[in-house]
Design a protein around this ligand. Sequence first.
Ligand SMILES: Cc1cc2nc3c(=O)[nH]c(=O)nc-3n(C[C@H](O)[C@H](O)[C@H](O)COP(=O)(O)OP(=O)(O)OC[C@H]3O[C@@H](n4cnc5c(N)ncnc54)[C@H](O)[C@@H]3O)c2cc1C
Length: 518
Amino acid sequence: MSVVEAPAGRPTLENETEAEADVPHVRIAIVGTGFAGLGLAIRLKEQGIEDFVLIERADDVGGTWQANTYPGCQCDVPSHLYSFSFAPNPGWTRTYSRQPEIWQYLRDVAAEHDLRPHIRFGHELTEAAWDDERGRWSVETSRGDWTAQLLVDATGPLSHPSVPRIRGMGSFKGTMFHSAEWNHDHDLAGERVAVIGTGASAIQLVPQIAGRVGRMHVFQRTAPWILPHSDRPTTRVERLLYRKLPLVQKVVRSTVYWTRESYALGFIKHPKFMTGAEKIAALHLRRQVSDPGLRARLKPKFRLGCKRVLLSNTWYPALTRPNVELVTEAIAAIRGNTIHLADGTQREVDTIIFGTGFHVTDPPSAQIVRGRDGRTFAECMHSGIQAYLGATVEGLPNYFKLIGPNTGLGHNSMVYMIESHLNYVMDALRVMDEQGIAEFEVRPDAMAAYNAQIQSKLPGTVFMSGCASWYLDAEGRNVTLWPDFTFRFRHRTRRFDTRAYTLRRAADVRAPAPAPVA
Ligand SMILES: Cc1cc2nc3c(=O)[nH]c(=O)nc-3n(C[C@H](O)[C@H](O)[C@H](O)COP(=O)(O)OP(=O)(O)OC[C@H]3O[C@@H](n4cnc5c(N)ncnc54)[C@H](O)[C@@H]3O)c2cc1C
């Protein structure tokens, strides 16, 4: 740790311009109201900290679970674990909840903790710039600006839909939308529909709409591994038990956590342990698809776990329906309503649905968050997007990214990782208060050493066993996943480790008086 006095002579309230004084100041500006943003807001309120604003581009809370309304959208980690540890829900009606129920859960949590007065809906962050003279962030949104001592970027790893550029797609005459921006006004009944992609969203939505559409063409680039799904409705007795005896639900949560954590042995430590799961998946395919030709095209050609493992009992049966075609030929171009394939054949369609994932390794917020010297988050990077503990970034003082680079998981709940980050942020606030720290910035050597360690662990994992996946950036670096047990991440983030930071004392910095956000 190195502690320096903040530069004297910084402008103070007295020499602020009138326009600057009109901009409300908060201690903490949080961008995003998914699990991460809401979770942090709750932790702040628990500590009696009310001087924060939650900036949200959408018109409601929920993040992932507000945006993804496609038919069949569901979590793939059991709900007792895929929820906040501090807000258990004894009433889950399924073991793996569907989107409406998870969304409602997050809305209830926001209401119970009275978060709405802090939230500014319909406000899209357009730029956040660190003002080095004043030692604070200038936060610009589509509908109003703030200044803030701390900026917390909780914009989510899977919140910006990615649509491939296909030659001629601008000439398409029908309807096109991404699975995360489902067009509920559009009736698919009887239509000729193309679904592009066979990832987590596509395998959920295709079985839901296959019976409704006239004809469906599912475009697959790589066949995913599919395991049988153990989802089921919960019983009334279970729900009553969890309500009356919360400890039982805690035990279930803990059992789910440790069972999932044991999968890390295969994902992270010994990829050959995946052989057992591969056999189960192969049997699942054999049982559900009798046509040997179709089965061959659905057989994955990489180690299970290299791409996200998917769960479904309905995906393969949907592909065997007479009105559904699996297309493995590459798309060459779109002209009018015709999709042209590389083998010269064509498919006429009315609607194209993109199940093509998200901008994960090139998050848009990295282009609009500007740190010291005016460089963006992306420009502060030397090789691929990275952060210290997935949270703090060299060149960006007083900035946290929640579940940033290399915090993603292939085997366990992201809410666990989010709660680990919340501990880290809360401890940073404690340290700042106790030691009179006005600014922190991760040291370049600490960030470089941390990322070198992460990258050195990745080659032995199943994620790097040879497949193209959204975990990898354009250079083939895995900037997405945490390559270890999640309890090790929890341990590393339990304290704000000041030795990794340059800290500036508050001595000469006078923060403007906070304006109420409610
Ligand atoms: C369909 C789907 C299913 C998933 N299932 C699981 C699962 O089963 N288990 C699991 O562990 N993980 C799952 N995930 C991953 C999931 O994203 C995380 O678990 C978690 O929901 C992330 O929460 P978050 O708050 O970090 O981000 P998000 O929930 O994505 O929230 C980010 C918020 O930031 C807002 N935002 C973004 N940019 C801006 C801007 N410029 N200005 C203002 N607001 C902005 C967005 O509108 C959004 O509300 C799933 C993801 C998807 C897409």
